[in-house]
Design a protein around this ligand. Structure first.
Ligand SMILES: NC(=O)c1ccc[n+]([C@@H]2O[C@H](COP(=O)([O-])OP(=O)(O)OC[C@H]3O[C@@H](n4cnc5c(N)ncnc54)[C@H](OP(=O)(O)O)[C@@H]3O)[C@@H](O)[C@H]2O)c1
Length: 228
């Protein structure tokens, strides 16, 4: 499998390292290599099987459009673009490519989403709740895509009129911490996921790319991670 990884930052570099360990052929393109979409011309993409994107909310839509229009399958880890999800879904359908995205590629967080879904039952029993998320100071989007996923899952599962409030903290080098606090007049329930490193994200993204090879359709990692 030949992978093109967009983004030479904290996560993209680790994704490249893990993919090489798994004996995949890897090319990396950062901002300078991809100015004006230079890394995504049909010629540059010719031998690429899958493109993996860990870049910025600012450029990810342009990257997605170029890759999908070139008929390339894509795994997208970049967050902060989900207001355009429906439009991208249509684009992927129209071009009959394979596309897989996730606000969080770690297995631990995807298990945590299931725990949050079960815990949402408390909101029907006199509990109120809040979501807190902490990330490194330079993170560009807030709230995090993972916090929004927790909020959406708990809102759907509880059927309450309003989603839970999210409070974001940006500080130091925090890789990613998500907390759900549920409170009743009698007690509190605390749920917390704390990423120790970016390894879980990188391994999940590479496994997702291996899974997506030769597939068509639009996939959310939370629906497929058990198959990897
Ligand atoms: N889904 C998940 O599991 C998961 C996990 C971690 C992070 N993320 C998300 O992934 C994204 C990246 O996070 P990060 O922590 O790796 O950030 P980061 O360290 O700031 O890296 C972003 C990289 O994107 C590169 N870039 C900017 N514009 C580009 C373009 N047009 N083409 C190619 N590369 C470009 C930058 O390159 P230069 O260095 O050359 O400027 C930078 O190295 C964020 O949206 C974050 O929320 C998702």
């Amino acid at each position: 499998m030949e992978l093109l990884i967009l983004g030479r930052g904290k996560t993209g570099s680790l994704v490249a390292e893990i993919a090489r360990q798994r004996r995949q052929k890897v090319r990396l393109a950062g901002a300078a290599d991809n100015a004006g979409g230079a890394a995504l011309t049909p010629e540059k993409l010719r031998d690429v099987d899958i493109v993996i994107d860990f870049t910025t909310p600012h450029c990810v839509i342009g990257n997605i459009e170029a890759c999908v229009r070139a008929g390339k399958n894509m795994v997208v880890g970049t967050t902060g673009w989900y207001a355009q999800l429906d439009r991208i879904k249509e684009l992927v359908r129209a071009h009959e490519t394979g596309f897989l995205y996730a606000p969080n590629f770690s297995i631990g967080v995807n298990l945590f989403l299931e725990i949050a879904r079960s815990a949402a039952a408390s909101l029907k029993y006199n509990y109120s709740g809040q979501i807190f998320e902490r990330h490194y100071a330079q993170k560009k989007d807030a709230p995090s895509g993972t916090a929004i996923a927790i909020q959406k899952i708990m809102h759907q599962a509880s059927g309450t009129p309003e989603p839970l409030e999210i409070t974001s903290f940006r500080e130091g080098e925090v890789v990613g911490m998500h907390e759900v606090v549920l409170e009743s007049p009698a007690d509190r329930i605390y749920l917390c996921h704390d990423a120790k490193s970016r390894l879980g994200f990188a391994e999940g993204a590479v496994r997702a790319a291996e899974w997506l090879i030769g597939k068509k359709g639009f996939y959310d990692f939370k629906d497929v991670w058990r198959e990897l």
